[in-house]
Structure formats: C-alpha cells, structure tokens
Ligand binder design. Sequence first.
Ligand code: FE2
Length: 289
Amino acid sequence: MNNSARLVKQIIKPQMVIEGAGVRLLRSFGPSRENLFDPFLLFDHFAFNDPLEGPPVGFPTHPHRGIETVTYMLDGNVRHRDSLGNMGTIGPGDVQWMTSGRGIMHEEMPKRGPSGEINGFQLWVNLPAAEKMSQPRYQEVIAESIPLVEKDGIKVRVVAGEYDGVQGPMTEIAAQPLYMDVTLEPDSQIQFSVPRGHNAVSYVFEGEGVFGIDDDGQGESIEALAMVEFEDGENLSVRTNSDSPVRFMLMAGAPFGEPIVPYGPFVMNTQEEIQQAFIDLRNGTFVQA
Ligand code: FE2
C-alpha cells in the first residue's frame, strides 16, 4: 500500500474563549505542555460581528517571549504598536509575522472595516530553544505583495512556504512553515506536498470540502468552522463537490521536539525561564534595545 497520502487524523471544533481586554475568540488550540501541534502553539479566529457588542475591545500593551505571532486579516483592521518602534495598521489580506525572540511589548487593537466586520486569524509558532532569546524581528507584508496562484478553480495566497513553484514572502522562519489561504471553487481539487515528519493542520472557515483524500479518492467531508489535523505523509489533497466552494488556511511546519512550558504570552522550555521572564519584566530588562 502506498501510504504517502495524508489522511484526516482529527477534527477540532473551535471553542469560544476571552482574551485581552475582553475579546471573544474562537480558539482551535492553545499552548500546552503536550505540544500536540509542534511547532504550532495556538490558532485563534477573531470575528467581532455582533452589532450588540458595541465598539471592539482589543489587546492593550502586553509582552511576548519565545514565540512568533502571525496575524492574518480577512476583513477590518488591527492597529498595532510595539517596543521595536513599529506602528501601523494591518488591513484585509495583510500579514504581520512578529518574532518576539527574547522580548517584545506590543498592543493590538482591532477596528471594524467598511462592512462593519472584523475577521482574521492569529497563529502562534514556537521558536526552538536556540532562538528563544534571539533579537526580536518583525515582518509585515501588505496584501498586494503576497503572491496569488490562480488556476483551475483554485486560488492560493502563499504567505510562507511554496506552492506550484511560487514562494511566499516570509523567510528565515525556524519552523520552515507553510502558511496559505486556499479557496477552491465547486468541483475542484488541490494537492500540496508537505514534507514527511512535518505537522499539518487546516482551518476551514468558509464552505465545505473533502479533506485528506486517500489513494482511492476517499476523504472526509468537513464544513466550516473546523480545524483539521492530518496524519503524517507526503501529499495532502482537498477537493470540493459540486454544491459548495471551500476556503481554508493550511499550516504545516517542522516540529522541534523540545519540551515547552507555556505561561500566558510566554512559551519557554523550562519553568526557570518563565520565572526569568517575570524577573526581567519587573527589573525593566525585558525589552533590550
Ligand atoms: Fe500579542
């Protein structure tokens, strides 16, 4: 038997959580010592689209250490400001890839777009022990600079990694990630190659598709909203039936296989390193120029 096709391992229903100054989020998974999605730590979907909610609240100034946070907007904006001196607005289709390294302080404040909606994702990617205390780094790519591959009813925005010979703009990320926004029209099919041993997950946020197609053309029908985890393998295939398109984020990365200790906005390898983060905050040495 050829077992190179990545099958569906599990389907996770996102759960409502409250973070920041009272922001409601749909969380598919969060940081845990089990580190089940290594190198990915967290995936949140923020959608503040209840008119009774009033003005959106955000994430006032907070620290991060030991991780990368990746913000991808579909609709609306996030105004941000950080201790590296970056300041600006992440708008629809834009990506911010923030490598906290040893320490960054930032503020993230969502704003509704012209449609009245805010819709986007935040992904946390782990850093290996050797890079947890590295220099903070910040990459922002505006929508127009993210390559779009469009063919045969398929649209792929390549944020990181490669699809069909097209390379995404995010580079030098330790986890060697694939991060793509994929849309399939009805009656379409797509195949990605994901290196064996890398972990792959997919967040389905519009429509319905058949995921994890095996060598006999069979897969699992999955409807938005859902997080799909895949088995190991080389090829990952998704198709649509004639009655629905599907849109999903595909994420894959090389696991670090290191123990982790998550605590709020910090993810380190040991309890002592978490304590050190608090000591540095208290002593004013958390952020270094
Ligand atoms: Fe943050």
